[in-house]
Design a protein around this ligand. Structure first.
Ligand code: ADP
Length: 543
C-alpha cells in the first residue's frame, strides 16, 4: 500500500506539473504574441519608435520590451541600460524575425530555475521588436511544489500505515484466533483456506500417528535386539542407536544428534566408519565389553549402518578347537615317539635278548595308552556330534553303578579300596550307555586319585526336580584353584601322575559333556588331602 501510495503521489504530481506547465507556457506565449502585435501596430504608425517607447514608460511591467536595430544594436530596452547590452543579431528569435517577419525562442537558466520566452516581430523599417517574459522553469515549478508534495506524501504515508494496520488486523486476527478443532465464525473468504488446512491437518495427524506407531515398533525391535545397531546420516551424526550398541561401545551420553566420531575412541571403528560414509563396506572382529563382536559397516542411502553381532561363543569354540587340535597332536606324539624309539632300537638289534620282554611291555603299555587316548578323543567328538539328538531309555541307576564298580573292582582291589554303594532302586529315563561311561570315569578317577586303603562312595538322591549322582572319595583331593579348569579337555592337576596311571585328561570332559547331553550340570567339592566329591545333577529323569 505504501509503495502504491508513494508511486501515485509521485506520478500524479509529475503529471500535474507537466500538464499545468504546458498550459501555462502556452498562455505565456499567446500573451507575448498578442502584446507584441499590439505594440507592432502602434509602432508601425510612429515615425520615431524609440521615442514612442520611451514615452510609453513601460519600466514597471512584467514584460521586457526591446527594440533591436538593423545592425543588432539594442535601440530600446525597458528593463536595462541599452549601453551595457551586447549586440543582439546572433539571437535565434531576432534572426528568424529578420528573415521570416516573426521569430520565437526560449532559454532556460538552470541556476535560477527560470525560463524566458521571446517573441520577435520585424517592424516596417527593419527594426525588430522583441517582447519577452520570464517564468519558472519546469524544474523551478517542481522545486516549488516539493515541500507541499512531501507534506502530502507524509500524510498519505500515515493514512496508509493506519489503514494497512487496521486492514491487516481485520484479516489476520480471525486467522490467529482460529481453532481448527472448533467451528469458528470467520469471514467467507477464509473458508476455502480453512477447509484445505483442516483436511491437511487431518492427513498430517494420521500420517504422524502412523509414523509414531512405526517408529515405536522399530524402537521396540531394535531395543530388544541383543545385536548392536547404529544408524548415522551422511556426516556420521547418529540418527538411531539401540541400547546394545551403546553398551558394546560403552557410550554413556545420549548419542542421538552427536557425531559417531565424538562418541567412541576406538580407532578401528572410526576408520571403518569413515570408509562406510564414502560407500565402502567393511567388517571386522573386535573385542568389546568382555565379549567378541563381528562388526559390519555398511554405507546406506545418505548415511551408514553399523551392526554388532555377538560371536563370543563362536570365537570361544574356535579357540577351543584350535587348542584341542594342538593338544591332541601333542598327546599323540608322546607315546608314538616312545613306541617309534623302541621299535628303532629293536630293529637295529640294540636291545639285549633279556630286555626284549621289558621293551615289549613298554611298547604295549604305550600302545594301550594311545588306544585309550584315541578312544576318548573319538568319544568326545561323538558326543559333540550327538548334541540335540536324545536317545533315552528307562533303567535302574543303582544297577549301572554296580556294573561299573564290578568292572573296576580288580583295579580298586590293587590298592585295597572299599566301596559304599546305594541299595535302593533308582529308575531313571536317560541314555544308559552314557550314564555308564560317566559313572565309569568318575569312579575310575576316585580309584586313580585315591590313597591305599581309601574309600569310595556313590550316592543317588532324588528330588522333585532332578536326580543327583555323587561320587566321593577320601583321596588326594584337588586344590581349589584347579576346580574351574579340571573339566577342560586335557587339563590335569598333576600331569606326570595322571600319565603314569594312564590318564588322558579327557575323563571329566566326557562327564561334563554327558551331563550337558541330559541338560544337567556337574559340580565339584574337593579339599587337598581330604578327598573329592563330584556331583552330577540330571533334571527330571526320575520315574
Ligand atoms: P585324567 O584322565 O587325567 O584322570 P580327568 O579329566 O578324568 O583326566 O581328570 C582331570 C584331572 O582332575 C586329573 O588329571 C586329576 O588331576 C583331577 N582329578 C579328577 N578326579 C579326581 C579325584 N577324584 N581326586 C583327585 N583328583 C582328581
Amino acid at each position: 500500500m505504501l509503495i502504491l501510495a508513494f508511486c501515485s503521489v509521485v506520478l500524479t504530481s509529475g503529471l500535474l506539473i507537466f500538464t499545468f506547465y504546458n498550459s501555462f507556457t502556452g498562455q505565456v506565449k499567446s500573451e507575448l504574441r498578442n502584446k507584441a502585435i499590439f505594440l507592432e501596430k502602434s509602432l508601425n504608425l510612429e515615425s520615431n519608435q524609440v521615442e514612442y517607447m520611451k514615452k510609453l514608460d513601460l519600466s514597471n511591467t512584467e514584460l521586457r520590451i526591446t527594440l533591436v536595430g538593423i545592425d543588432g544594436t539594442v535601440l530600446y530596452d525597458n528593463t536595462a541600460n541599452i549601453a551595457a547590452i551586447e549586440n543582439h543579431n546572433d539571437r535565434e528569435e531576432i534572426k528568424e524575425a529578420r528573415t521570416d517577419g516573426v521569430g520565437e525562442g526560449n532559454r532556460i537558466s538552470e541556476t535560477i530555475g527560470k525560463e524566458t520566452y521571446y517573441y520577435a516581430l520585424r517592424l516596417k523599417d527593419s527594426v525588430v521588436l522583441r517582447v519577452s517574459k520570464s517564468t519558472s522553469s519546469i524544474y523551478g515549478v517542481f522545486v516549488g511544489v516539493l515541500p507541499q508534495s512531501i507534506v502530502i506524501s507524509f500524510v498519505i504515508f500515515l493514512a496508509c500505515l493506519l489503514i494497512a494496520k487496521s486492514l491487516t488486523k481485520k484479516i489476520v486476527d480471525p486467522i490467529n484466533r482460529f481453532d481448527f478443532d472448533k467451528n469458528n465464525d470467520t469471514y467467507d473468504e477464509l473458508s476455502p483456506f480453512i477447509r484445505t488446512i483442516t483436511s491437511q491437518k487431518k492427513q498430517i495427524g494420521n500420517a504422524l500417528d502412523e509414523i509414531t506407531k512405526k517408529s515405536a515398533v522399530i524402537e521396540a525391535i531394535s531395543g530388544s535386539m541383543k545385536e548392536g545397531l547404529i544408524l548415522t546420516d551422511k556426516d556420521g551424526v547418529v540418527l538411531s542407536a539401540n541400547q546394545s550398541a551403546l553398551n558394546i561401545l560403552n557410550i554413556k551420553d545420549k548419542p542421538i544428534g552427536k557425531n559417531i566420531l565424538e562418541l567412541t575412541r576406538i580407532v578401528t571403528v572410526l576408520n571403518a566408519m569413515k570408509l562406510a560414509l564414502i560407500g565402502q563396506n567393511s567388517d571386522m572382529v573386535m573385542p568389546a565389553s568382555g565379549k567378541t563382536y563381528h562388526v559390519f559397516f555398511s554405507g546406506v542411502d545418505k548415511g551408514a549402518l553399523i551392526l554388532f553381532l555377538d560371536v563370543t561363543e563362536k570365537a570361544k569354540a574356535e579357540k577351543m578347537r584350535r587348542e584341542f587340535t594342538a593338544n591332541v597332536s601333542h598327546e599323540l606324539k608322546t607315546p608314538l615317539t616312545t613306541i617309534s624309539g623302541f621299535a628303532e632300537l629293536m630293529s637295529k638289534g640294540m636291545v639285549q635278548p633279556e630286555d626284549v620282554t621289558d621293551v615289549s611291555k613298554k611298547v604295549k603299555s604305550e600302545s594301550d595308552r594311545l588306544i585309550v587316548l584315541i578312544e576318548d578323543i573319538m568319544r568326545l567328538s561323538e558326543l559333540d556330534e550327538t548334541e540335540g539328538q536324545r536317545v533315552y531309555g528307562q533303567f535302574d541307576l543303582t544297577k549301572v553303578v554296580f556294573e561299573v564298580t564290578e568292572s573296576l573292582k580288580p583295579t580298586a582291589d590293587e590298592v585295597m579300596l572299599t566301596f559304599e554303594l546305594p541299595i535302593e532302586k533308582h529308575i531313571v529315563t536317560a541314555n544308559k550307555q552314557m550314564i555308564y561311561e560317566m559313572l565309569y570315569n568318575l569312579i575310575h578317577n576316585a580309584i586313580k586319585y585315591n590313597k591305599p586303603g581309601g574309600k569310595i562312595s556313590v550316592a543317588l538322591t532324588n528330588t522333585n526336580e532332578d536326580v543327583k549322582i555323587s561320587v566321593s572319595d577320601n583321596g588326594i583331593g584337588i586344590d581349589k584353584k584347579h576346580h574351574d579348569r579340571i573339566f577342560e579337555r586335557f587339563y590335569r592337576v598333576d600331569k606326570s601322575r595322571s600319565k603314569k596311571i594312564g590318564g588322558t585328561g579327557l575323563g571329566l570332559s566326557i562327564v561334563k559333556h554327558i551331563a550337558a547331553y541330559h541338560d544337567g550340570n556337574v559340580s565339584i567339592q574337593s579339599e587337598i588331602n581330604k578327598g573329592t566329591e563330584i556331583t552330577v545333577s540330571l533334571p527330571i529323569l526320575t520315574n
